[in-house]
Design a protein around this ligand. Structure first.
Ligand SMILES: Cc1ncc(COP(=O)(O)O)c(C=O)c1O
Length: 375
């Protein structure tokens, strides 16, 4: 490793893009068909096949896909959607887009996913859907949510590569499930997303609504339903196809880095590590988030790590305590104690496929020193 690399800040994330992505993009540019072209259905078909899902619809972002999925299962004005407060804000926002209320329930302290018992207790006669999130790529207990007998939309934005205990890939159980392709994700198209479903009627509706409500024959004159522009471009789809080709390697590299972290951080007293795979569930590694021991000021830890050349960030804040959610829905501290404790202590460390063992060591050494020095 060069002297410069020893002192460069280790970033939080770094996508792996190579000659294949470059060639794929050039091919699209030379074809002149930048959108509504053949790469979109090709990417959808390859993605569905990879997961073992029946249908897939490419969309412009994970948020767009979640929005269309909620509409597709019938969520509308005045409905309630039971979901996790420990997620990226988009999974709650999409409920509000449809003037539905996101009803939060607390999370499981081990997996950090929505707790099925807490979710069941939050169901009312206005609940029209459940929106579990596979947080940090760990499979949510979808079979337990299925027993509640309500439509399910799965937020799988962080969970490409995750597999349920019964061997079914996350996103292939048949409920609409949505993946995100932002630059830090397992597979990236810069911005983008994919909705999978077993229901051809949902596929048809999503394909139309992402495209301004146009009919499948692309007739311009009659838009028979309200739609959006949530399309993914051919340029992005071409990048996605190239990324899909290398996905096994990307996932294996992430799992390797996570295993290395597990060893390097094991000796730090009181540090909470991501839960290991359990009962046959397999995580699709997305981020490496630790929980710092109680009694430390996390902002001080972030600052001190930066001085050691290590990027880190609080991840994730509790959604119900964000200003918009406090002001709109009257949330306050103490409602979801597990989520609030985890959110107050969680810290994302640098994590990307090309991370070297040396970089993992540097992060672990820096974190151990910083925790020893910042009470
Ligand atoms: C859990 C979760 N839900 C939803 C989203 C939204 O995805 P996007 O940023 O592609 O709109 C993200 C993305 O970061 C996410 O992590």
């Amino acid at each position: 490793m060069s002297a410069r690399a020893e002192t460069d800040e280790i970033p939080l994330a770094r996508p792996v893009l190579g000659d294949e992505e470059e060639a794929a993009v050039l091919e699209v540019l030379r074809s002149g068909q930048l959108s509504l072209g053949p790469r979109v259905p090709a990417f959808e078909a390859a993605f569905a096949a990879r997961l073992g899902a029946k249908h897939a619809s490419a969309v412009s972002s994970g948020t767009a896909g979640l929005h269309l999925a909620l509409r597709a299962v019938g969520v509308s004005d005045g409905d309630e959607v039971v979901t996790s407060p420990f997620s990226f804000v988009a999974s709650a926002n999409v409920c509000v887009f449809e003037r539905a209320r996101p009803v939060f329930a607390d999370i499981d302290p081990v997996t950090l996913n929505l707790d099925p018992d807490a979710a069941a207790a939050a169901v009312t006669d206005r609940t029209t859907a459940l929106l579990p999130v596979h947080i940090f790529g760990y499979p949510a207990d979808i079979p337990a949510f299925e027993r509640l007998g309500l439509p399910i939309v799965e937020d799988a934005c962080e969970a490409l590569g995750a597999v349920h205990a019964d061997g079914v890939a996350v996103g292939a159980r048949g409920h609409p499930a949505v993946f995100g392709f932002y630059a830090n994700k397992q597979l990236t198209t810069g911005e983008g997303g994919m909705l999978t479903t077993a229901d051809p009627a949902i596929k048809e509706r999503v394909d139309s609504e992402r495209n301004q409500g146009r009919a499948p024959d692309m007739g311009w004159l009659d838009h028979d339903r309200l739609g959006f522009n949530y399309r993914l471009t051919d340029v992005a789809s071409a990048i996605g196809l190239a990324q899909l080709e290398r996905l096994d390697g990307l996932l294996a590299d992430r799992a390797r880095v996570a295993a290395r972290y597990g060893e390097a951080l094991a000796g730090i007293e009181g540090l909470g590590l991501p839960c290991p795979d359990s009962g046959g569930d397999v995580r699709g590694w997305f981020v490496y988030v630790v929980r710092i021991p109680h009694g430390h000021d996390r902002d001080d830890v972030v600052r001190a790590l930066r001085e050691h050349g290590v990027a880190s960030k609080p991840y994730l804040p509790a959604i119900h305590l964000m200003t918009y959610y406090r002001e709109t829905f009257g949330h306050r501290e103490g409602e979801f104690p597990v989520c609030e404790d985890v959110a107050a202590r969680s810290l994302a460390l640098p994590f990307f496929p090309g991370m070297t063992d040396g970089q993992v060591e540097r992060v672990a050494t820096a974190l151990a020193r910083v925790l020893a020095q910042t009470p």
